[in-house]
Design a protein. Structure first.
Ligand SMILES: Cc1cc2nc3c(=O)[nH]c(=O)nc-3n(C[C@H](O)[C@H](O)[C@H](O)COP(=O)(O)OP(=O)(O)OC[C@H]3O[C@@H](n4cnc5c(N)ncnc54)[C@H](O)[C@@H]3O)c2cc1C
Length: 318
């Protein structure tokens, strides 16, 4: 028996979130006294077996099919459901990313089993107990699950990836899966690259601007500091609503969830919908004229002042 991890990747590039899923699965496997196994889907994924082994997979199950040449939720969901049928794992796990949750939802529907998304902690017993993130991150829910085979995703950025074991080797098992014709109902046709290189989701430093920035041109002072720190500029929804920045720059519940080493939030009040997208930052510096602003109260560091005085001073000193 094993905890089976569905590995998320994009054309053979493993998503960092998959490493979090391995760490999450390891915690469950330890409680159950079983191994962690991995499921790699698609021809491009074959090269990821060693990385899976380094992150704790004892056996790597590999599925290839013409319908799996690129990502499609129906094809991936059906593949996962078929793998569960063939392998009978103790639990099925993936990262709680958009794609991870989508694949597990499709698989759960096909298996007619319940799926619990975005878990923080899991205790295994006759009934499984879990704490999971709800309402876009604004509350944590304690839940109890009765299922013959729990299907769980780990809340993004809630668990650190485990250390990788250099030289670890996993048994590789090729699974034959017969996919229905309907499996190709939804397939990627094209990709539009919105930003090259460092993105908001992966940047080590994010400089966020809110309504306090006042205009599109006001973001020049944020861009100047971002350029010096090797970071990228993000913003609040007040900014995108005003048309000062594109939606792709928005941090928050309905934007991007960021996890940089440093988030500098300038002229942002810290509404819950913004906070849930920013709270995974390792350190937060708030720059705000209001000492009582939620972002100031919650930040690791705060500078109370006008961002148009504070930011140029930091940029000059950097
Ligand atoms: C369903 C839903 C989803 C949402 N999703 C998101 C989301 O994904 N992301 C998001 O950001 N919001 C989201 N919101 C909106 C959110 O509720 C807030 O309205 C928004 O985050 C406020 O943006 P803000 O902090 O820039 O503006 P404000 O709340 O107006 O705050 C402006 C801040 O700037 C400070 N300030 C003003 N001038 C200066 C200056 N010169 N120097 C320094 N500080 C200054 C003020 O003291 C204030 O704290 C969502 C709302 C809903 C209902």
């Amino acid at each position: 028996m094993s905890v089976l991890v569905v590995v998320e990747h994009d054309r053979g590039q493993m998503a960092d979130a998959s490493l979090e899923a391995f760490a999450f699965a390891a915690g469950i496997a330890e409680q159950l006294g079983v191994t962690v196994d991995a499921l790699l889907i698609g021809a491009d994924a074959a090269s990821l077996a060693d990385t899976c082994a380094a992150h704790g997979a004892a056996t790597v199950h590999y599925v290839e099919d013409a319908a799996l040449a690129d990502y499609g939720p129906d094809a991936y969901g059906s593949t996962v459901a078929a793998a569960v049928g063939a392998l009978s794992p103790s639990a099925l796990v993936a990262s709680g990313s958009d794609r991870g949750n989508e694949v597990l939802a499709y698989a759960a529907a096909e298996l007619d089993l319940p799926f619990v998304a975005n878990c923080l902690e899991v205790k295994t017993a006759d009934d499984w107990e879990m704490t999971r993130v709800q309402w876009g991150g604004s509350l944590n829910e304690d839940a109890r699950l009765t299922s013959s085979m729990p299907i769980l995703s780990s809340a993004p950025h809630s668990i650190a990836p485990g250390d990788s074991t250099v030289g670890a080797v996993a048994t590789v098992n090729t699974l034959d899966v017969a996919l229905p014709e309907s499996a190709t109902a939804t397939m990627i046709q094209d990709r539009i690259v919105l930003s090259e290189g460092v993105t908001l989701a992966t940047a080590p430093v994010v400089i966020g601007g809110g309504r306090g920035v006042g205009s599109a041109e006001g973001f020049d002072v944020l861009e100047a500091l971002a350029a010096k720190l090797g970071g990228v500029v993000g913003c609040s929804r007040a900014v995108t609503n005003n048309g000062w920045r594109p939606h792709s720059d928005q941090v928050g519940q309905t934007g991007t969830r960021i996890a940089p080493q440093l988030y500098i939030a300038c002229g942002i009040s810290g509404a819950i919908q913004h906070w849930v997208g920013a709270k995974a930052a390792k350190k937060i510096l708030a720059i705000n004229t209001d000492p009582a602003a939620n972002m100031v109260v919650k930040a690791d560091y705060a500078i109370i002042g006008d961002l148009f005085e504070v930011l140029p001073a930091i940029t000059d000193a950097t």
